[in-house]
Design a protein around this ligand. Structure first.
Ligand code: CTP
Length: 416
């Protein structure tokens, strides 16, 4: 990827969470990429990171209040408006419960909340909530996050791990490198020069449910987050994205056409109708490999001491596409492995005739189902591999799309 941050005007909004101590490092990374950085620090934020440190690394004064000192002259009176105009993107990290509440309600009693509503339409806003795990899960925080996401903000859920309280839970801010990658991805927004522009992309996501009877099913822990992140990032690059998803609790990314299904057979049926027309098929769903031979009508009663469930194989959706794809179409898969699985991933790439496979190791802490980060190794059909660091799923999605763009360019070289 080119240095998309060069010359870009980035505002870093910092509110009062312990993770604020990492923000000078984020600012340094942005400056290293030749971005222009301005900082809006809340009063709470000053308890965790010094204004002087931030001013030094950003080489700019730090903005806090919307009310300038009495001896102010010129444009400083309307700084909250000019900052909103100036910014190419706003990154709020960490975003506390209080800041989320203010932003979602449209309050503006400090520079960060005021410039949030003066930001020009279409400019990406990335929000990194970070707080105690119980606070993060509270209905009010979740409601405010949903409101901001519905407004088009890119809300990146916190990571799991040890928290400042000494407890373990979901609430940690991603590392500055990962925040930077997410921002780079967001800045790809509707880039007309992207190889994805105008291309039809189909993404499968989430788990499938295979009915045992009217009230029970076989499924897996897939949350759909990786597939949704891919769909969001592809749509931002200008692709025409169809997202075929199993049952998940996720909002549809902006500009994406979403088709909800339940079982593998249903997913297969819907996916098949795009096989001929799509340019790229990305299988990110955790499709159940087997289904009960027939679902029992109504609710099965526990009359028997033991029962046997006969399962039959489900269609392999991605393999079917890979094997019948026409020249110019690309097939991309994921390989979730619990063992040292690079070899298994390579086998899947070959067996399903894929152009690219993303191998991800399943540990449920930093990679795999449910969590918000992934550690991926990309394997191309010529055997070339690229190991990625731990990234937010959104940033990881961007890297997968970069690899697909590279394949397009190679293909265009072969068939100009
Ligand atoms: N896939 C699919 N349809 C299936 C099974 C898998 O489209 N019935 C796709 C997945 O979306 C993923 C890739 O194939 O992109 C690999 O899925 P994975 O579950 O890792 O492997 P399987 O092929 O199911 O093999 P196994 O479960 O034995 O590891």
């Amino acid at each position: 990827m080119d240095n998309i941050l060069r010359g870009k005007n980035i505002i870093v909004g910092i509110s009062g969470g312990i993770a604020a101590y990492k923000t000078p490092q984020l600012v340094r990374l942005l400056k290293k990429c030749s971005a222009n950085v301005r900082i809006a620090l809340t009063d709470g934020g000053t308890h965790f990171v010094s204004e002087l440190a931030l001013a030094t690394v950003s080489e700019e004064r730090v903005y806090r209040s919307i009310f300038p000192p009495a001896d102010t002259t010129g444009t400083d009176y309307t700084r909250h408006i000019s900052l909103g105009e100036w910014a190419d993107a706003l990154v709020i990290a960490p975003a506390t419960a209080n800041t989320l509440a203010k932003l979602s309600a449209g309050l503006c009693d400090d520079m960060l909340s005021a410039l949030f509503i003066t930001l020009r339409p279409g400019k990406p806003v990335l929000i990194f909530p970070a707080m105690d795990g119980q606070m993060f899960l509270s209905p009010s925080v979740q409601r405010n996050i949903a409101t901001l996401a519905a407004q088009g903000c890119i809300v990146i859920s916190p990571e799991s791990g040890e928290l400042a309280s000494g407890q373990c839970g979901t609430g940690r801010m991603p590392e500055p490198e990962s925040i930077l990658s997410s921002l780079e991805e967001a800045l790809h927004c509707t880039a007309q020069d992207s190889a994805f522009y105008g291309k039809s992309v189909v993404v499968t996501a989430g788990p499938t449910r295979e009915k045992i009877d009217g009230v029970r099913f076989i499924s897996n822990y897939s949350s759909g987050k990786m597939g949704f992140a891919i769909a969001r990032a592809a749509a931002q690059r200008g692709a025409l994205v169809t997202l075929i998803t199993g049952p998940v609790h996720l909002a549809t990314p902006p500009g994406v056409t979403r088709l909800d299904v339940e079982s593998a057979v249903e997913m297969h049926g819907v996916a098949q109708s795009f096989f001929k027309s799509c340019a790229i098929f990305i299988g990110a769903a955790a499709v159940s490999d087997y289904r009960p031979v027939a679902a029992i009508e109504g609710k099965m009663k526990k009359e028997m001491p033991e029962i046997e469930l006969t399962l039959v194989k489900n269609p392999d959706i991605l393999a079917e596409f890979g094997i019948q794809k026409a020249p110019g179409q690309l097939a991309v898969g994921f390989a979730l492995e619990t063992q040292t699985g690079l070899d298994n991933a390579r086998k899947k790439l070959k067996a399903k005739n894929l152009d690219l496979i993303a191998f991800n190791f399943f540990d449920r802490k930093s990679s795999g189902f449910e969590v918000d980060t992934n550690i991926i190794t990309l394997i191309e059909s010529d055997g070339g591999t690229t190991e990625l660091p731990q990234l937010t799923k959104y940033a990881a999605a961007g890297r997968v799309l970069d690899a697909i763009e590279k394949l397009f360019v190679q293909q265009a070289g072969i068939n100009p």
